[in-house]
Design a protein around this ligand. Structure first.
Ligand code: ADP
Length: 592
């Protein structure tokens, strides 16, 4: 059975209240009416009885006793429009307006009639019963008379007339009540309808809110309590909507922060279930998927992480742990853990830092300092030794000259080293700016050969330039490209045996231009090929065959080429010798 609607309930309540009120009012009215009518009728009858007594007495006083007692009864009865009975002391009926004279003798003795008995005892008698004579419900009033023979005068009124009066009043009352009820039904219906409509509107809005549509519908709710409730609902939902939006914004912000963080963040709850794993953490721990809500050990199995989580869950404060992530032992990660108490009790937040780069940079820095010290120590020791020998003053002029030459060579070497170091520092600091133009490679290479002519000639090296078709120009800073090629050609000369050929050849490769520097030296072993561009890296670690280099030349070359957006690589030639290749953007004007 469908539940009764609010409107129906309101309507039924209104009707019930109306029916109850009208019934109680009608019943009270009917009872009161009946009581009052009875009292009035009794009072009237008493008054009429008094009048009858008076009239009878007067008839005696004026000796105007022409009429018999029965006729007197008829006369007074006609005046009062009531039945009048004269009763003798012994109870015999002396006159009766309702009976002919001849019937009087046959009438019952009235001495024991309740009204007569009462009148005799208290002066007034009143009784309501069915008349034995008339067979009708009657109201009797008896009063003692001041008459020689008549002891009591009795007035009787048939109650049917009173009842008729009452019933007409009751009919009118009932009709009025019926009409009032009908009016009540109509008013209750209309009011219940209106309120029902508003309640339905509010219910519809509430339903909409429940389904997640939080936009206020802008309905006219009215000014009464219902309106206040509806507006309060709207306001609360509006407020709630704003808070939800704010929370979502916050969530979005936090998600964006977590996603953009370099640090890995993992949050687990007290039961060890994953609550959050950001992208950085997934990447560090090589996790493809982090199922939120599942136990962390299902995805993250690392003793260090387990130790951190267990420590926090046991209420301890663990120190940060350094570990290598699974499946990648080249990297180092530092994990820190802290308890979370907001939201869920005693969860754990793990923050992971990838310190691989930091460690590498630290190692490079330490190596660099060690290398620089080492590089400086050799010439410094030599210089000090020769200076000491000279200061002793017992060297021959030839020796002195040789010693000074050696001191000069080492001083120059230190100077070169410091120059190279300063250049690298400038490059590292981004202080060298480029002035890119279309460089004519042929003339540039020739000027490099010219610069190095004394060194080349000393080792009987033949320079050779080979500019390929469409490979005449490159987009580069001429001074810096000069430095690059000078370094490479100097190396080629330094590491090639005497009497070899040193070739600089250019080739076009699409938009790019490759410059090869070829020599006829020993080439570079495969395992060192990538590392020769590192600072101070030398293939020949013993430095026995010291060609006077600083070990920084190739790293300066790499830096300069990369500053141009180009790249440098080395390979060994099949016919022997190394081939360093610098690749840059080709120039716009190309000349063969
Ligand atoms: P260096 O000043 O020692 O030449 P570089 O940075 O220029 O330092 O070169 C690094 C190392 O690479 C050299 O010590 C050498 O062992 C190797 N190398 C460079 N160029 C050549 C080459 N043309 N042939 C063979 N080995 C080379």
């Amino acid at each position: 059975m469908p539940r009764a609607s609010f409107q129906t309930k309101l309507f039924l309540a209104g009707i019930s209240a109306a029916v109850l009120t009208l019934t109680v009012a009608g019943a009270l009215f009917a009872v009161t009416m009946q009581r009052q009518t009875n009292a009035r009728v009794e009072q009237t009858l008493k008054t009429e009885a008094q009048i009858a007594v008076e009239l009878l007495a007067r008839a005696v006083d004026t000796r105007n006793n022409r009429r018999s007692l029965d006729a007197e009864a008829d006369y007074i009865g006609a005046l009062l429009t009531a039945r009048v009975t004269f009763i003798a002391r012994d109870g015999g009926v002396l006159g009766d307006s309702a009976e002919p004279p001849e019937a009087l003798a046959a009438m019952e003795n009235h001495a024991t009639r309740p009204e007569v008995v009462q009148a005799r005892e208290s002066g007034v008698g009143l009784s309501r019963r069915t008349s034995a004579t008339l067979g009708e419900e009657m109201l009797y009033v008896a009063l003692p008379a001041t008459h020689p023979t008549v002891a009591f005068v009795r007035i009787a009124l048939p109650l049917t007339s009173v009842q008729t009066q009452l019933s007409s009043i009751l009919t009118a009352t009932l009709t009025a009540l019926g009409l009032a009820l009908l009016g009540g039904i109509v008013i209750a219906g209309v009011l219940a309808g209106r309120i029902g409509q508003r309640v339905r509107a509010i219910a519809w809005v509430a339903q909409r809110y429940r389904q997640g549509d939080l936009t206020p519908p802008r309905l006219d709710y009215g000014d009464d309590e219902l309106g206040i409730v509806a507006r309060a609902l709207d306001d609360s939902v509006h407020e709630l909507g704003n808070r939800i939006q704010e929370l979502e914004r916050d969530r979005g912000r936090i998600a964006a922060i977590l996603a953009g963080m370099i640090e890995g963040v993992i949050v687990v709850d007290q039961a060890g279930r994953l609550q959050l794993v950001n992208a950085a953490a997934q990447e560090m721990l090589r996790i493809d998927e982090a199922p939120i809500g599942r136990h962390y050990l299902e995805t993250i199995r690392h003793p260090a992480i387990t130790d951190l989580v267990t420590a926090i869950l046991d209420g301890r404060t663990p120190a940060s742990l350094e570990f290598t992530p699974p499946r990648d032992n080249t990297r180092t990660i530092i994990g820190r853990a802290a308890p979370v108490t907001a939201g869920w009790p005693h969860g754990v937040v793990l923050v992971l830092h990838d310190v691989t780069e930091l460690k590498r940079a630290d190692r490079i820095r330490r190596d660099f300092v060690a290398n620089v010290s080492h590089e400086l120590r050799t010439p410094l020791t030599a210089i000090r030794g020769y200076v000491e020998a000279l200061s002793e003053g017992d060297t021959s002029p030839d020796e002195t000259e040789r010693f000074l030459e050696i001191i000069m060579r080492h001083a120059r070497r230190m100077e070169r080293l410091v120059q190279d170091l300063l250049r690298l520092a400038r490059l590292d600091a981004g202080q060298e700016t480029l002035d890119i133009v279309d460089c004519d490679l042929r003339s540039l290479v020739q000027s490099v050969f010219a610069d190095l002519a004394p060194a080349l000639e000393a080792r009987a090296h033949q320079p050779h330039v080979d500019v390929g078709a469409d490979a005449g120009t490159a987009q580069a800073d001429p001074a810096k490209l000069h430095d690059v090629l000078r370094n490479l050609v100097a190396n080629a000369s330094a590491y090639s045996p005497e009497d070899g050929t040193i070739t600089v050849a250019t080739r076009r490769e699409g938009d790019e231009l490759a410059i090869d520097v070829l020599d006829s030296g020993p080439g570079i072993p495969d395992e060192d090929r990538l590392r020769v561009f590192e600072r101070f890296y030398r293939v020949d670690k013993s430095r026995a065959r010291d060609p006077g280099g600083t070990g920084l030349g190739l790293s300066i070359v790499k830096h300069l080429v990369e500053l141009h957006g180009g790249r440098v690589s080395v390979r060994n030639r099949p016919e022997g010798g190394a081939c360093f290749t610098v690749t840059l953007k080709a120039g716009d004007t190309t000349r063969a």
